[in-house]
Design a protein around this ligand. Structure first.
Ligand code: 5AD
Length: 352
């Protein structure tokens, strides 16, 4: 048994070999990667069977007060074609999503301060009233604990906030100084404490990222134990300071999905849009390495091309939520099936 095999077997026994994680990442070889994916699939099958959960993603505003160096929605990008949807438009998308069969609606936006907390709560509670069997996930950025509590009280079930990088030094290379890993972490612990099913995650191969940074991400995730983990490759955007930085590939993301499935077997792990953008078979590869969530786009067609976090983001054709049947077919083709349930975290007791 080689070193990497040994590490994978430790994961299986829920042991985190901290000082050997770097080796696992740097000394990759196809054979042990395949062993990892096999173990990850077994674990996935034990916890989730062959179910893949679908979430309808409504990207309701691309205005953002932040200036993250990697993101096409950053406020300094004057070339971004900005839009935001009204409450009625958002509700319309959600209802359409439910009709298409989605039982989770994800509301995502840049940090757009034109929506007050009351607006957000109204949107959440209207969706919950109209679609009581549907989970609502928010992904609207860094807020105070009191704000998060308001959204929770309005009925939001889950919250996605990627930590982006768990190394404060690396975090500072991706973000201007008004954004800190410390505050991200505070947000994530507040969200968990309030009772949200909470999602964290990072980009892989983002500029200046080292193996040690990725190890820090893994240790942070092991400590936080988020119910959801979203990871994907960094992809450069032509109107950001990182325009000339090379994009990542699918491989490392797929590999890390396998690692995370063994580290946190109950986690909901999406095969992300970025993974599907960098590799047309990326999402299938993600599922076969342990991912169990896909988030098709439910935004109105007229704005779909405008939520450009990075260049080339897939947003038409089969990526659209209305192509659910085609997506289900692709999932079936690799031996899985799209579940009808809400797809809550097995770690969470439903509160209502
Ligand atoms: N490449 C890949 N992912 C990106 N995100 C933002 N910009 C990029 C990019 N250039 C990711 C961030 C964010 C999520 C919504 O999209 O991780 O949390």
């Amino acid at each position: 048994m080689n070193q990497r095999e040994r590490i994978i077997r430790l994961f299986e026994e829920r042991i985190l070999p901290e000082d050997e994680l770097a080796r696992l990442i740097t000394e990759r070889d196809a054979e042990t990667d395949e062993l990892l994916y096999e173990k990850a699939r077994i674990r996935q099958n034990e916890v989730f069977g062959k179910d893949i959960y679908l979430r309808g993603l409504i990207e309701f505003s691309n205005y953002c007060r932040n200036d993250c160096y990697y993101c096409g929605l950053r406020r300094s990008n004057t070339k971004a074609d900005r839009y935001h949807l009204t409450k009625d438009e958002i509700l319309g998308c959600a209802v359409q999503g439910r009709e298409l069969g989605f039982r989770t609606i994800v509301l995502q936006s840049g940090e757009d301060l034109s929506y007050s907390d009351q607006d957000i709560c109204d949107i959440v509670s209207s969706i919950k009233n109209r679609l009581p069997d549907t989970a609502v996930t928010l992904s609207i950025g860094e807020k105070t604990r009191e704000q998060y509590q308001m959204y929770y009280d309005a009925g939001a079930d889950r919250y996605l906030l990627r930590h982006e990088s768990a190394s404060p030094e690396h975090y500072a290379k991706l973000h201007p100084s008004d954004l800190t890993f410390e505050n991200r972490k505070r947000c994530l612990y507040d969200l968990k404490d309030i009772g949200f099913q909470t999602g964290a995650g990072m980009m892989l191969e983002s500029p200046y990222q080292t193996t040690d940074d990725i190890v820090k991400d893994l240790l942070f995730l092991a400590e936080l134990k988020p119910e959801m983990i979203g990871i994907g490759p960094f992809i450069s955007h032509h109107d950001t300071p990182f325009r000339d930085m090379p994009s990542g590939g699918a491989d490392l993301t797929v590999f890390m999905i396998g690692v995370l499935r063994l580290m946190l077997p109950e986690a909901l792990i999406p095969a992300t849009t970025a993974l599907g953008t960098i590799d047309p078979m990326g999402r299938e590869k993600g599922i076969l390495a342990g991912a169990n969530v896909i988030m098709p786009n439910l935004s109105p067609r007229s704005v779909r091309g405008k939520y450009l976090l990075y260049d080339g983001k897939i947003s038409t054709g089969e990526e659209g939520a209305e192509s659910r049947a085609k997506l289900c077919e692709r999932i079936e083709r690799i031996g899985y099936h799209a579940a009808d349930s809400r797809g809550d975290s097995p770690l969470m007791k439903q509160r209502r």
